[in-house]
Ligand binder design. Structure first.
Ligand SMILES: C[S@@+](CC[C@H](N)C(=O)[O-])C[C@H]1O[C@@H](n2cnc3c(N)ncnc32)[C@H](O)[C@@H]1O
Length: 238
């Protein structure tokens, strides 16, 4: 299934969430306590370099899955507010990160809902935000980028990673935004929905939300000439 009418994207959130609920147990078992090889070796190194977690940072972990990175940030001394729209995923996160719940609060929240996102506001602005391998799973990133901009302190940073849209795409088109069914982990119970956006779509949405880009990696996996993901740091103006 490939669709290109971007006006319908937001309406697919319910379908997308139900698919993640169906895959949550399988995903959690696959990722385990410490996450998989791809996350640890391809996603994490430059993400951690760009995020530069400091003792006492208040960090928003967006679409946190089973909370593996939330724990990682807590171990480095951060306080973390983490969320995912899958109730089952958040239940797994709370169970796995049981001994970190004094430093991590987990919430069920839809990243396409500005109202739900703004409910995550704390009594101080966030220092940093992170979204590991999630933009390609989120039906509409505009509300998220605007809300994160509002929730961050001036000069605050947001690091996100997602499929490299030039290399990981559903067909021969590139500029047209579209969504399609796909597989994240071999053997998962149901297909999930992926949302393809060009680099200019992603970056324009960042600029419109008041961010500038100040860090960017294209990260390969086995084939060293073929970047499969991008890792981006954007910074809120002062
Ligand atoms: C590929 S997983 C990544 C999870 C985690 N960040 C990690 O790196 O292990 C994508 C996650 O995005 C979540 N997700 C997708 N759309 C979402 C939305 N609209 N709001 C909140 N979470 C969403 C899914 O439930 C899933 O847990």
């Amino acid at each position: 299934m490939i669709r290109k009418d971007r006006h319908n994207f937001h309406e697919t959130t319910k379908d997308s969430r139900e698919r993640w609920e169906s895959n949550a147990d399988y995903w959690d078992a696959w990722m385990g306590d410490n996450s998989n090889f791809f996350h640890c070796n391809v996603v994490r190194p430059h993400t951690e370099e760009l995020l530069d977690i400091r003792e006492g940072d208040l960090i928003l972990d967006i679409a946190c899955g089973n909370g593996n990175f939330s724990q990682r940030a807590a171990e480095k001394g951060a306080r973390v507010v983490a969320f995912d729209y899958s109730e089952k995923m958040i239940a797994h996160a709370k169970k796995r990160r049981y001994s970190f719940l004094d430093r991590i609060s987990f919430h069920v929240c839809d990243a396409t809902s500005r109202r739900e996102l703004m409910n995550l506001e704390q009594n101080q602005p966030f220092d940093k935000a992170v979204a590991n391998m999630a933009f390609m799973d989120i039906a509409d990133i505009k509300p998220l980028l605007h809300a994160v901009s509002d929730l961050l302190k001036p000069g605050g940073t947001f690091v996100f990673s997602t499929h490299h849209p030039c290399f990981a795409r559903p067909d021969d088109t590139y500029l047209t935004a579209r969504f399609h069914e796909g597989i994240g982990i071999r053997g998962q119970p149901v297909l999930q929905l992926y949302y393809h956006r060009s680099l200019q779509d992603i970056f324009q949405t960042c600029f419109q939300a008041g961010f500038m880009i100040d860090g960017f990696y294209e990260e390969p996996d086995d084939d060293r000439e073929y970047p499969v993901i991008i890792i981006v740091r954007v910074k809120k103006g002062r």
